[in-house]
Design a protein around this ligand. Structure first.
Ligand SMILES: [Ca+2]
Ligand SMILES: [Ca+2]
Length: 257
């Protein structure tokens, strides 16, 4: 009787005890390897993830609401800005109209206060001539025009004349001051003496210059306003009365301050 011997290969598969036997191991994602029974740790993770999702959703909703509110505020601000801009434009236009009216009114008042082409200032009218004459003829021309060569008797008057000469004409002008009768005794055309406290000679003037070789023996006996350095109050010079210059005439205004 023969005996059949049956051989069998026994294979021992060494399983990873860390994977199989760890009771705390969670299997997420691969269901084929997931344990049949869900462990408590997996519930905690899911709970945390769900909470995070809810929080993220809430944050997104809040951000969306904030964005909507901000956009609405920006629209409101833009509308207010546009409204203010329109009001400002209208206000600016109104100011320009008022300024124009004021200028016209002031011009009309001054025009009525002085003869044509004369400038009004502080109760007086001033004519800045366009033609040129010697000092004596200038004096006579002012009288013919109803006034006299200008007599400067205040700082305010000097400042006004400088402003007009400097801004509009930039020319030399005769004024009504002379020492023709007696050298060094300066008199205005109304024969009043020059006030020591109201005089605006340039430095080193009056010098009664009589030429390089003394050829002009009578010297300089008539006063003029310089056309340069008009930012300085002191712009009077004595000059030869025979020079031909423009002139400033003065007369009282019908409008008194
Ligand atoms: Ca002189
Ligand atoms: Ca001089």
């Amino acid at each position: 009787m023969s005996k059949d011997v049956v051989y069998s290969e026994v294979v021992f598969v060494k399983k990873n005890s860390a994977d199989k036997d760890d009771p705390d191991k969670c299997h997420l994602g691969d269901s084929s390897q997931a344990p049949q029974k869900t462990k408590p740790c997996c519930d905690s993770v899911r709970l945390v993830l769900m909470t995070l999702c809810i929080l993220l959703t809430c944050v997104l909703i809040a951000l969306s609401l904030h964005s909507v509110c901000t956009k609405k505020k920006l629209e409101d601000l833009q509308q207010r800005h546009n409204a203010l801009k329109e009001n400002l434009t209208a206000f600016s236009a109104a100011l320009q109209v008022m300024h124009h009216w004021t200028q016209n009114l002031s011009k009309a008042l001054n025009d009525s206060a002085c003869p044509k082409d004369w400038e009004y200032h502080a109760g007086k009218c001033y004519l800045f001539s366009t033609n040129k004459l010697n000092w004596t003829d200038s004096r006579d021309a002012c009288i013919s025009d109803g006034g006299h060569l200008v007599i400067i008797n205040s700082r305010d008057e000097q400042e006004f004349l400088i402003d007009i000469v400097g801004s509009k004409y930039k020319e030399e002008f005769w004024i009504g001051l002379t020492d023709e009768k007696e050298e060094g005794q300066w008199l205005w055309v109304d024969n009043t003496k020059l006030n020591e406290n109201i005089r605006y000679w340039t430095a080193h003037e009056p010098d009664n210059w009589n030429g390089h070789k003394g050829e002009y023996s009578s010297g300089e006996d008539c006063a003029r306003i310089n056309k340069n350095n008009i930012q300085d109050l002191n712009i009077w010079f004595d000059a030869f009365c025979t020079n031909t210059l423009r002139r400033i005439c003065e007369t009282r205004s019908s409008k008194q301050t």
